[in-house]
Design a protein around this ligand. Structure first.
Ligand SMILES: CC(C)(COP(=O)(O)OP(=O)(O)OC[C@H]1O[C@@H](n2cnc3c(N)ncnc32)[C@H](O)[C@@H]1OP(=O)(O)O)[C@@H](O)C(=O)NCCC(=O)NCCS
Length: 361
């Protein structure tokens, strides 16, 4: 790789490869013809495995040098964000992974079955089939007749192009601009840029009190860190289990976390929003020992300004007793309902001047 500082750790590269819905495979046939294929790959036994017909063109690639690549474009960065005149600074942020080696044909039935079962677990995680093993009579024939290729992952490179080779001022500028533009994916790009450049201060709009940092995007895998703050709260307990809470978060328009200086999750909040007319806030919680220090207000204010939420003219929520907290943020009570277990107050924040994020389709 040309620029070492853009190289990711092997763990990050492997994680990206494992998450890839498909990869591109490039090689050459014995007579030198180039071959490029999109394949469903799965990492099994430290090799990228994929399957196919035992009589197709891919069989000619066995024993030949091959490369697999996968990349995610995170955000395009227009030149005028950092230079008023010149086109040269136009660039893009991305993460990519590449592995190369000699393509093998997997012959061992046990390994073939492991690769096929790995593919099922990746692409049909809900199960609904008998596990594939080479000893299961029902799978003996299919395992024998499907070809499995393996590319060993000895040479695995990840390239994280997230501004690691840029100045702090450049990072601060593009972080602010990504937040301002707020196109789909910009919140994630912003968070990944900040993670890749830990020496750069988070912008003031992503800082809370007492060294708490606000995170505008979290990977679904980080949700488990927020669950302890949510599962015993009155609106979830005995009503929504962990899986339901996870689903609600994954399907939300915006979800933000706060972390303390040690990196522990100390607050969480989410919103569903059409970005124009309505948004609804929910699952707002601050760890008990950090309450009354302004963390909740900082997090909800940042969520209200999240690109997915900031354009909504009317933002609603319901609460049992935190009316004073939301009143300070500009919400007003619009209704109360007497439920068997509590009086629920619905509050609304009306923002006639809210400017929606312009998103090009
Ligand atoms: C509500 C909550 C998110 C506020 O977070 P926070 O970090 O403590 O909020 P801030 O420090 O920014 O503001 C605190 C102020 O909000 C108000 N407030 C917070 N919780 C309140 C409550 N349950 N009832 C009345 N007022 C409340 C108070 O005025 C408080 O100021 P005070 O401590 O000086 O009295 C937090 O208390 C919490 O997680 N509570 C349990 C979960 C919950 O009820 N979430 C809201 C569901 S709608």
């Amino acid at each position: 790789m040309r620029r070492e500082m853009l190289r990711s750790s092997r763990e990050d590269a492997l994680r990206l490869l494992m998450s890839a819905p498909y990869v591109h495979l490039a090689s050459t046939t014995p007579d030198g013809a180039p071959v490029v294929r999109a394949v469903h790959g799965v990492v099994v036994d430290d090799a990228l495995c994929f399957h196919g017909s035992p009589v197709g063109e891919k069989t000619t690639l066995v024993g030949r040098e091959a490369v697999v690549v996968y990349e995610q474009l995170l955000a395009d960065i227009p030149s005028y964000w950092t230079d008023a005149t010149m086109a040269c600074p136009a660039t893009s942020l991305f993460v990519s992974v590449q592995a190369h080696g000699t393509l093998e044909l997997v012959e061992d039935p046990a390994r073939k079955a492991r690769a096929l079962q790995g593919l099922m677990e990746k692409f049909q995680p809900e199960g609904g089939h008998a596990p594939i093993t080479h000893t299961d009579e029902r799978y003996r024939k299919p395992v024998a007749s499907i070809a499995i290729w393996a590319l060993p992952l000895a040479v695995l490179d990840g390239k994280w192009k997230l501004g690691q080779n840029r100045t702090a001022q450049y990072i601060e500028t593009i972080v602010a601009k990504l937040w301002e533009r707020g196109a789909p994916g910009d919140a994630r790009a912003l968070e990944l840029v900040l993670r890749a450049n830990p020496a750069v201060d988070r912008p003031s709009f992503l800082r809370g009190p007492d060294g708490v940092t606000l995170h505008v995007y979290a990977e679904p895998s980080e949700l488990d860190e927020a669950l302890p703050l949510l599962r015993d709260e009155y609106w979830n307990k005995s009503r929504f289990d962990d899986d339901a809470i996870r689903d609600a978060h994954r399907r939300s328009s915006a979800w933000m976390l706060a972390r303390d200086a040690s990196g522990a999750v100390v607050a969480t909040a989410r919103a569903v929003s059409d970005g124009v007319k309505y948004a609804y806030l929910g699952d707002v919680a601050v760890r008990a020992d950090l309450r009354s220090r302004g963390v909740g207000a900082a997090l909800v204010n940042a969520l209200l300004d999240h690109p997915a939420v900031r354009g909504a003219k009317r933002v609603e929520l319901a609460t049992r007793d935190a009316m004073r907290f939301y009143e300070r943020l500009g919400f007003r009570t619009v209704a109360t309902e007497e439920l068997p277990t509590m009086i629920r107050t619905t509050m609304a924040l009306i923002r006639p001047g809210a400017q929606r994020t312009i998103v090009q389709s």
